[in-house]
Design a binder for this molecule. Structure first.
Ligand code: PLP
Length: 438
């Protein structure tokens, strides 16, 4: 498998380079040079295949000879050990639940698959790496859970002390083993600055191998395409065209769906659903892309003012607005509408939908009213219990908390408090990792 940079198609990288670099040196984004079309008999036999078997076939088609098939099977079985079920609210409105992984959000698919892939490459060269992650709360949890107990990889998470929710803090600080949590006496921006400075510290990098687990890494994007096949499989008995509705922030999830379509998955249309951060719906409407500072909303994982995967999406359509908008429609909704949707979905179907999924539901209703007779799958990107306060206040009742979340409250927090100063951070890294070098 070869990848190119969206800024310069002549900049070519191997899969291993793309994964460990994260970003091409020209600040573009890595894209597969060749997106293979899967054979028709693969689609005919989808119903007989498990989610894991589908993931193996898709990975193998993309990777080519980069990773031997038996190893791909091991990577998939290790990473994707939870389901992606489709729940039907009625005959034309379905929900793809992507929150059955350890951190209860769809980012588990990307984080766990990336961890397994990185670990495979590292073991082959008998190497180790330290992953530095700055988090304002949510993404750190998925990365921590995804990389937990992965051979060859240590994860260091920096979070702003007192500025993440108690639940998020538990997700970051209770795993132990190869996951270290640094509680920085500063802001999220301070955490990000410390990570950035470490990556620029050539001397440090001579004796500690550093990597990132950024959401734009191609290893996080690829596994997100698998569940589009899985959802399509579950809806094959309906014999009706399928429309995917994707609650979006950085647009990785939607880009992965477009890749699945390019591999031959017969998706009729995509609907991009956003909160008030609506630069992509605006673009689809007007043809003008105007990034803006982000606006805080109740669906905060989608508060992105300059979506980094925008240029990947565009790249898939020859950088042509007219082609992109034939395949993707966009709708945006505010917080008030989102809260109303949470209540409506619960009242009509007895179904608990988190604020991100609720934005998707609204976009589906908007699309459906203009295109009657279609069926849609709304991606439910997080478990509603992750947004306990919003859910209980909106519905006026307590909601059930899954065991793996409830257990977190009883676990002991383990973190190291550090000032927001590079010297202290560097010293901590040296003490922890320098002596481990063989
Ligand atoms: C990250 C996230 C999103 C947005 O996904 P993108 O791939 O960035 O568009 C939506 N919902 C939840 C719960 C998320 O964590």
């Amino acid at each position: 498998m070869k990848l190119y940079s969206t800024n310069n198609c002549k900049h070519i990288a191997s899969l291993e380079e793309a994964i460990f670099r994260g970003l091409p040196p020209d600040n573009g984004l890595y894209m597969p040079q060749h997106i293979p079309q899967l054979p028709t008999d693969f689609f005919e036999h989808l119903p007989e295949q498990s989610f894991q078997q589908i993931a193996v076939t898709v990975s193998h088609a993309l990777f080519g000879k980069a990773i031997p098939l038996p190893d791909i099977e091991r990577i998939v079985n290790r990473a994707l050990n939870f389901p992606a079920p489709v729940i039907s609210l009625n005959s034309d409105t379905h929900v793809l639940e992507l929150w059955h992984g350890p951190s209860l959000a769809f980012k588990d698919f990307g984080a766990r698959y990336m961890a397994a892939l990185m670990s495979w490459f590292l073991q082959r060269r008998a190497a180790q790496t330290v992953i530095l992650v700055a988090t304002s709360g949510d993404t750190g949890g998925a990365v921590a859970a995804g990389f937990y107990d992965t051979p060859g990889i240590h994860v260091v998470i920096l979070y702003p002390s007192g500025k993440v929710s108690p639940l998020q803090e538990k997700q970051l600080t209770t795993l132990g083993k190869n996951i270290s949590a640094l509680e920085i006496e500063g802001t999220f921006d301070d955490c990000q600055a410390l990570v950035k400075q470490a990556f620029l510290d050539e001397e440090l990098r001579q004796y500690i191998s550093l990597s990132s687990a950024n959401s734009i890494n191609i290893a996080r994007l690829i596994p997100q395409s698998f569940y589009y096949f899985e959802a399509y499989k579950q809806l094959m008995p309906t014999h009706k065209p399928v429309i995917f509705v994707v609650p979006s922030g950085n647009f990785g999830n939607l880009t992965a769906g477009l890749i699945a379509q390019k591999m031959g998955l017969p998706v009729a249309h995509f609907v991009a659903a956003t909160n008030a951060n609506d630069v992509v719906p605006q673009y689809l409407h007007s043809g003008v892309f105007t990034p803006r500072p982000s606006i805080p909303t109740i669906s905060n994982a989608m508060d992105v003012g300059n979506p980094s995967n925008f240029y990947r999406m565009l790249d898939l359509f020859g950088s042509t607005w007219n082609n992109l908008r034939k395949t993707v429609s966009g709708f945006a909704f505010n917080d008030e509408q989102t809260l109303q949707a949470i209540r409506e979905i619960y009242r009509q179907y007895g179904y608990l939908m988190d604020p991100h999924g609720a934005v998707g539901y609204l976009a589906w209703k908007a699309y459906q009213s203009r295109n009657p007779g279609t069926q849609g799958v709304v991606l439910a990107t997080a478990h509603p219990a992750k947004f306990l306060e919003t859910m209980t206040q909106t519905l006026g009742k307590a909601i059930e908390i899954p065991d793996r979340l409830a257990q977190l409250a009883c676990k002991e927090k383990k973190s190291t408090v550090l000032p927001a100063a590079y010297d202290a951070f560097r010293q901590w890294l040296e003490l922890k990792f320098k002596k481990n070098k063989t």
